[in-house]
Structure formats: structure tokens, C-alpha cells
Design a protein around this ligand. Structure first.
Ligand SMILES: *Cc1c(COP(=O)(O)O)cnc(C)c1O
Length: 421
């Protein structure tokens, strides 16, 4: 459920009419709903209410400071995958003790940053990383809390590019070798083993792969305890999917996911961490664009928008579907038309959707891409020297720009000429 709804025939974000924001900010822009973000965070928090737990929002899904601040104030922890994200989480007021650090390629500088600033745990993904972290911690005179991210060899049944828990994926250590690597971790100076971590992929629309992975984690936890390790925390990653199409997808509910976690892992007495990103931010954001032209091609009509693949890359990158809706609702009885919805970028890949039924559209008409809050703004680029589009936040009847559109001078002046020119 989200808070983007039609009122009097106009799409609103909470209590604000979207055309009002478009008139003030100019299109295209990302638009987020505070109430939706808070609701989604609470769904997870409540789903784990029977267990000692921390919901660590995955910062990479949508990392604007205002978004992080909303979640931090609700009590969320954060999952970061770079030194930059660590800095963002701290800048938003998240204490180091509520930040977990994931990722296959943490540099020594990033490790040092987190050790100095405070960190809940490093989710370590390889033996070389374990040794590097040990050295950095010893040099810093610190003890690094670690979990090992295990690769359970489970197929998440999701898009090829975002499946992370199969044997051939780059993530984690093979679960079959985990006991050996935990033994090494326990023997290295500067490290304190605190738990086990797993994350098998993103946009999972079925609980079965989670169950398969978590059952393996439960077995491993018992084995590691028998080996003498203190396993007090289980980080179960993120990955719960969202409905991108209102017509046919029904992903599992956080409540069912939470109940499944309780059933499989509750008796271990561990603190449970989860790292949801997409489910918190995805349906809390839309991308608003306006029509530049309607172009009649050979047997097809192109709706050419002022948003493009550089603003929202998911359709080009993953073949992803986004519902595209008119901002003023279709007039009753209006005959729908079928459009290829495209942007202005000079690539055929810059196609958001083919053969989409929409009401008749004309120049200047607004559309909204639903479910664009996660992996939208964060993956945007300035390809074709198209400025990064603004982000706007709504809370009730108020709205504010939370990242302004850069000027062309700002963009061009980021480049510097070499001294010989
Ligand atoms: C991307 C990622 C997440 C978040 O995944 P979602 O599908 O957005 O919930 C969580 N943990 C790790 C380690 C990730 O890489």
C-alpha cells in the first residue's frame, strides 16, 4: 500500500496534488512519500516484534539524507556497502552501533573509517578480506565485530543480475567451507566473531528460497556453536520483493516473512537483523515526467517524455516493468491509446515500455512511474549531459526539494582542463 492516490481525478502524493509540485519544481523529478516510508519500515519492525531484532535499511536503495533521517528517527539501523554510504548514514544521525557494513570489496580505508567512527559489524565476504580487516583493526588498536556472509547456494529465482546466493555468484564464502573460515576468523587478532550473515538476492517474490537459505543458516549456527563460536546475531539480508505491476503480482507480506523467520530461527535465541531496501523505499517513490511530443511512427505511437534511461535505468538494465499512470486521471469514456513510452536519449535502450495503453496524451501532459523509489535516483547518471533530476519529499500537505537539480554551469565546471590547455 502507498500514499499515491487519485483525488478529484488528480494523482496526489499524500495531501499534495502532483501538478502543483511539477509547476514549482519542473519535470522530471522523483517524489517520495514520508507516510509510505514509515509504514513500510514499521511493517518489518512489527513482523519481527516477537524477536530481539534490528531492521537495517539498505541505504543503496535510496540514499537521500532526508530519507535516511526519516528512518533513523524511527529507530532503523542501516546497511551500507561503501565508505560513502557509511558517511551518509552517520550524517543522517545513525549511530555507528546501528550500522552494518556489507560488500565484497571493502577497502582498508573504508574499514578504518568504520572502525574509527563506530560500527555494529562487518559482514565479511572472503578470506582475504578477513585478513585485511584483522590487520586494519590491529593497527587501529580496535576489535572489529564480524559475521561471515555465507553463500548458501540457493537460487533466489529472481533476475539474473540481482541473484546473489548461488555458488557461481561473487558473494560470500561457500557455506560448505564456512566452519573452516570461522576457525581462521577466531584465530586472527583484532576480530570478534559475532554472527552469521546471508543475503541471497533482490526482488524475491516467493518465500521458498529464503526458507531454504535460512534453514541452512540455522544448521550452520548450531555447528559453529558446537565448534565453540559465540553466534549471537543472524543477519538475514534483504531481498523481499514488491509488486511492480498492480495487475498480477502478489509478493509475500513482511508479516509472513517475519513469521517464517521466527519459525526457522526463533529457537536459536539470536538477535535477528534484516536489511530490506526495496520494500521500504520502492513503492514510497514515483518518477514524474511530462510529455515532450507524441510521435506517430510506422504502425506505432511514441510517447516521448522528458525523463530518460539516465534518470530511471531499471527498464533498460533489467527489462523491468513500471506501471506508468496519467497524473490527471483518464476522462470517463476516453478511448485508451497504445504507446511506446520512451525518453530523449540517443539509444533504443531508452525505452521505458512498449505497447502501453494510456489515455490520449498531448504535449505537456504529466505521467508518473510508480514503484520508482528504490534503485531509481541512486542509479541515475548525467548521460547526454542531462542534469540529475531533483528529489522531492512530501509529508502530509507539505513538500520540499531534498536534492535540487544542478545547473548546467555546475555540471560543466566539474570538469577541469589540464594545465597544458
Ligand atoms: C542490496 C542489498 C540489500 C537490499 O536488498 P533489497 O532487495 O533492496 O531489499 C540488502 N543487503 C545486501 C547485502 C545488499 O547487497
Amino acid at each position: 500500500m502507498d500514499h499515491f492516490i487519485y483525488r478529484d481525478g488528480i494523482l496526489h502524493a499524500e495531501d499534495v496534488a502532483i501538478p502543483e509540485i511539477a509547476a514549482r519544481v519542473g519535470t522530471p523529478f522523483y517524489l517520495y512519500s514520508t507516510a509510505t516510508l514509515a509504514r513500510h519500515y514499521r511493517l518489518f519492525d512489527e513482523a519481527l516484534a516477537g524477536l530481539d531484532h534490528l531492521v537495517c535499511y539498505s541505504v543503496k536503495a535510496c540514499s537521500n539524507q532526508a530519507i535516511l533521517r526519516i528512518l533513523a528517527e524511527l529507530g532503523a539501523g542501516m546497511d551500507v556497502v561503501s565508505g560513502g554510504e557509511y558517511r551518509r548514514a552517520r550524517a543522517a544521525g545513525v549511530p555507528g552501533g546501528r550500522i552494518v557494513f556489507s560488500g565484497v570489496g571493502k577497502t582498508r580505508e573504508e574499514m578504518r573509517l568504520a572502525l574509527d567512527g563506530g560500527i555494529r559489524q562487518f559482514n565479511v565476504e572472503s578470506e582475504p578480506e578477513l585478513r585485511a580487516l584483522s590487520e586494519v583493526a590491529v593497527a587501529a588498536g580496535a576489535t572489529a565485530p564480524v559475521t561471515l556472509r555465507v553463500n548458501p547456494d540457493v537460487d533466489a529465482g529472481t533476475h539474473e543480475k540481482i541473484a546473489t546466493g548461488r555458488r557461481e555468484d561473487k558473494f560470500g564464502v561457500p557455506i560448505d567451507r564456512a566452519r573452516e573460515i570461522y576457525a581462521e576468523a577466531a584465530s586472527l587478532p583484532g576480530l570478534a566473531v559475532v554472527g552469521v550473515d546471508v543475503h541471497i538476492g533482490s526482488q524475491l517474490t516467493d518465500l521458498a528460497p529464503f526458507e531454504a537459505a535460512f534453514a541452512k543458516v540455522a544448521d550452520l549456527t548450531r555447528a559453529l556453536r558446537a565448534d565453540g563460536h559465540a553466534i549471537d546475531r543472524l543477519d538475514l539480508g534483504g531481498g523481499l520483493g514488491i509488486p511492480y505491476s498492480r495487475s498480477n503480482e502478489v509478493p509475500p507480506l513482511p508479516a509472513d516473512y517475519g513469521a517464517m523467520i521466527g519459525r526457522l530461527l526463533g529457537d536459536l535465541g539470536c538477535e535477528i537483523e534484516i536489511e530490506p531496501g526495496r520494500l521500504i523505499a520502492g513503492n514510497a517513490g514515483v518518477l514524474v515526467a511530462s510529455t515532450i511530443y507524441v510521435k506517430e511512427g510506422e504502425g506505432r505511437s511514441f510517447l516521448i517524455l522528458d525523463a530518460a534511461m539516465n534518470d530511471l535505468i531499471r527498464p533498460a538494465m533489467y527489462g523491468a516493468w513500471h506501471d506508468i499512470v496519467p497524473v490527471p486521471e483518464a476522462a470517463p469514456g476516453a478511448e485508451p491509446r497504445v504507446f511506446d513510452v520512451v525518453g530523449p536519449v540517443c539509444e533504443t535502450g531508452d525505452t521505458f515500455a512498449r505497447g502501453r495503453p494510456l489515455p490520449p496524451m498531448g504535449e505537456g501532459d504529466l505521467v508518473a512511474f510508480r514503484s520508482a523509489g528504490a534503485y531509481g535516483a541512486v542509479m541515475a547518471s548525467e548521460y547526454n549531459t542531462r542534469p540529475l533530476i531533483p528529489e522531492v519529499l512530501v509529508d502530509g500537505d507539505q513538500f520540499a526539494v531534498i536534492r535540487p537539480r544542478p545547473t548546467f554551469d555546475e555540471i560543466i565546471n566539474r570538469d577541469t582542463l589540464p594545465p597544458w590547455m
